[in-house]
Ligand binder design. Structure first.
Ligand SMILES: [Zn+2]
Ligand SMILES: [Zn+2]
Ligand SMILES: [Zn+2]
Length: 438
């Protein structure tokens, strides 16, 4: 047995063959609610372009007064140590960003993959984030990729050659296809406490866990370290499950998503019993219920408008136009769906995001107030989506001088985060300070 495996076993965890799921992670002892199972430093990670200047490029700390890389003036750091540590990876981009200027636009997947290649060049042994699963062992599902996915990978490979010619030794095309496919199924996105996107990362040991729609752990981030905590009591012999997807949606939608991105169908309790589906697809209470066909058509419409909005956001529509898509679709869906219906909630959530972006605090608050109660019902008991919604609401109330409601909402957020993030997480400490400050 390798020493890293032994270390994991001492921590009460082991890799095993999970029937029907391939390899997985299993508990060898009991874990209490909120207990840390393990922490995994990023094998490599990359800060998203939009957060440059707000977070340190090296350690992801959020703070004021970061100083910038003198050469490209686009990467920001806490101090010289953070800059020095990040240099072997930042140098892949530093001079290229100067050369390409406005035309420098590799996707985050390409940026992350460049870093994996650079890291693999210097790394000779397994690193501390690969105690139970190494990057080389990642599943690629290469045989299941359709033409569209293959084309996307080929265009990522072109971008990699285009933007990263220096400092990287490229493996051949076949090996790059495998690597991109591996990154697509095993990469993580890092979010902050309000679930804003901060960057992308590789956490090999975290990628060992299989998916369930009723997960017994949650993954959170402390800087560039992933932490895995129990959100249910875990007994010896239990498999450890995390969730790969947003759990708001009904069974069919969740499995479409799982099939498309991870190539499997989930057989968890939630997917077998579909117990929450009826509430999630709640129909408006009218004297006469709408015909089944009208409901089916509206679900189809909802899925299309969600996709339309996603694309519109991507192509940077004008904010009022985005808000209009939300309002029009809510009005249309509202003729058939109840306000607690997940498709209504999806568009309300998007509308809230646009309001926040436009600094329309009252507008954001109105949407948030409608979202929070059904959210708490649809999501599992401990959910980062619910915690972040309470947190946004609490901060809005505080900003709008409604202290009573603000305190109540922030306390709700803390109650979930103390389990999911741990009592001493910087986010939890920060929110407690916000409670005292007002
Ligand atoms: Zn730093
Ligand atoms: Zn630079
Ligand atoms: Zn499931």
């Amino acid at each position: 047995m390798r020493s890293s495996e032994r270390e994991a076993e001492e921590a009460g965890l082991e890799r095993f063959q999970s029937p029907g799921r391939g390899r997985g992670l299993r508990a060898r002892r009991r874990f209490a609610l909120g207990e840390l199972l393990f922490a995994c430093p990023a094998f490599t990670c990359v800060l998203t372009v939009n957060e440059r200047g707000n977070h340190c490029e090296g350690c992801f700390a959020r703070r004021e007064g970061l100083f910038k890389c003198g050469k490209c003036k686009q990467a920001f750091y806490c101090n010289v140590e953070c800059q020095k540590q990040d240099w072997p990876l930042h140098k892949l981009e530093c001079s290229a960003m100067c050369v390409f200027g406005q035309n420098w636009n590799p996707s985050e997947t390409v940026r992350l993959t460049a870093r994996i290649l650079a890291k693999q060049k210097t790394q000779t042994e397994r690193c501390e984030s690969e105690k139970l699963l190494s990057v080389k062992e990642f599943e690629s599902h290469l045989d299941k990729l359709d033409n569209e996915k293959m084309e996307l990978i080929q265009s990522d490979i072109s971008a990699l050659h285009h933007f990263y010619s220096k400092h990287i030794e490229y493996p051949d095309n076949a090996a790059l296809v495998v690597l991109f496919a591996q990154v697509n199924c095993n990469g993580f996105t890092i979010e902050d406490e309000e679930l804003s996107h901060l960057g992308s990362a590789i956490f090999p040991d975290v990628a060992l866990m299989n998916h369930s729609c009723c997960p017994n752990v949650i993954v959170t981030y402390k800087g560039t370290v992933a932490e895995v905590r129990a959100v249910q009591e875990i007994e010896p012999g239990d498999e450890i499950f995390t969730s790969y997807i947003d759990l708001l949606y009904p069974t069919e939608d969740r499995n479409d998503r799982l099939k498309d991105s991870y190539f499997f169908t989930c057989d968890c309790r939630e997917c077998i019993t579909k117990v929450k589906d009826k509430d999630k697809l709640e129909i408006r209470k009218l004297n006469e219920p709408p015909p089944a066909e009208a409901v089916r058509d509206m679900i189809k419409y909802a899925r299309n408008v969600i996709e339309e909005f996603r694309r519109a956001k991507h192509y940077k529509y004008i904010l009022c136009e985005l808000l209009e898509i939300c309002e029009l679709s809510l009005e249309k869906m509202g003729s058939v769906f109840a306000e607690s219906n997940v498709y209504m909630l999806h568009m309300m959530y998007q509308a809230m995001g646009v309001c926040l972006y436009m600094q329309d605090w009252e507008g954001a608050l109105r949407y948030g107030q409608k979202i929070i109660k059904p959210y708490s019902k649809h999501y599992p008991l401990y959910s980062l989506n619910v915690a972040s919604m309470w947190l946004k609401l609490g901060r809005l109330y505080m900003g709008l001088e409604n202290r009573t409601a603000g305190v109540k909402a922030l306390k709700k957020a803390i109650a979930i985060m103390e389990i999911a993030h741990g009592k001493d997480h910087p986010y939890v400490i920060e929110i407690k300070k916000e409670l005292e400050a007002h």
